[in-house]
Design a binder for this molecule. Structure first.
Ligand code: ADP
Length: 171
C-alpha cells in the first residue's frame, strides 16, 4: 500500500486537491488546525462555512480553499472523547469515510488529513491512528478518483503514531 503517506508538516501548505479540516460542529472556526486553516484560507472561508449551517459529528461538508494552495477544504467535526463508550470509534471512522466520499464526489485525486480528534478533542492517539489508517486503506481499495491520501502530522508524537499504525496494516 503506497497510496497512504504519513508526513510531518503543516496541512495549510499542502498542494493537494482537498485538505480536511478537523472542525467543530459549528463549522465557524476554532483553535488548533481549524484556526490555522481559517487564517491561511482568509476570511472568505468563514463566509463560506457560515452558509453551511454547521455539521453533525462524523459528517463532512465542502468549501473552496480560497487562499490555500488546496482547491477544496472538507470540514468534518470529529468526536470529542468521552471515555470510549459514546460511539467515538464509529464517529471517527465516519469522519474519515465521509470526507473521502465527498472528495470523490468532487473528483479529487489527492487528499490530506490532519490527525482528527487527537488535539483538544482528546481521542487517544494510537487508537485514532489505527481507525484512520484502516479506514483509508479500506476506502482506497475501491476508490474511483482518490489515488493518494497523506496524513499530515504536526508533531513528532503524532507522526510516530501514524507511522506505527501504517506499519501495522501493511503487515
Ligand atoms: P481536534 O479538535 O479534532 O482534536 P485539533 O486541531 O485540536 O483538533 O488537533 C488535531 C491535530 O491537528 C493535532 O495533532 C494538532 O497538533 C494538529 N494540528 C494543529 N495545527 C496543525 C496544522 N497546521 N497542520 C496539521 N496539523 C495540525
Amino acid at each position: 500500500m503506497t497510496n497512504i503517506k504519513v508526513i510531518k508538516g503543516d496541512i495549510t501548505t499542502m498542494h493537494v486537491d482537498a485538505i480536511v479540516n478537523a472542525a467543530n460542529t459549528t463549522l465557524l472556526g476554532g483553535g488548533g488546525v481549524d484556526g490555522a486553516i481559517h487564517r491561511a484560507a482568509g476570511p472568505e472561508l468563514l463566509a463560506a462555512t457560515m452558509k453551511l449551517h454547521g455539521a453533525q459529528t462524523g459528517e463532512a461538508k465542502i468549501t473552496a480553499g480560497f487562499r490555500l494552495p488546496a482547491k477544496y477544504v472538507i470540514h468534518t467535526p470529529g468526536p470529542i472523547w468521552h471515555g470510549g463508550n459514546q460511539n467515538e470509534a464509529q464517529l471517527l471512522h465516519n469522519s474519515y469515510f465521509n470526507s473521502l466520499t465527498l472528495a470523490e464526489q468532487n473528483n479529487c485525486h489527492t487528499v490530506a488529513f490532519p490527525s482528527i480528534s487527537t488535539g483538544v478533542f482528546h481521542f487517544p492517539l494510537s487508537q485514532a491512528a489505527k481507525i484512520a489508517t484502516e479506514t483509508l486503506r479500506d476506502f482506497l481499495e475501491t476508490a474511483k478518483t482518490v489515488t493518494e491520501v497523506t496524513m499530515v502530522c504536526f508533531d513528532d508524537t503524532t507522526f510516530a503514531a501514524y507511522q506505527d499504525a501504517l506499519t501495522q496494516i501493511n503487515l
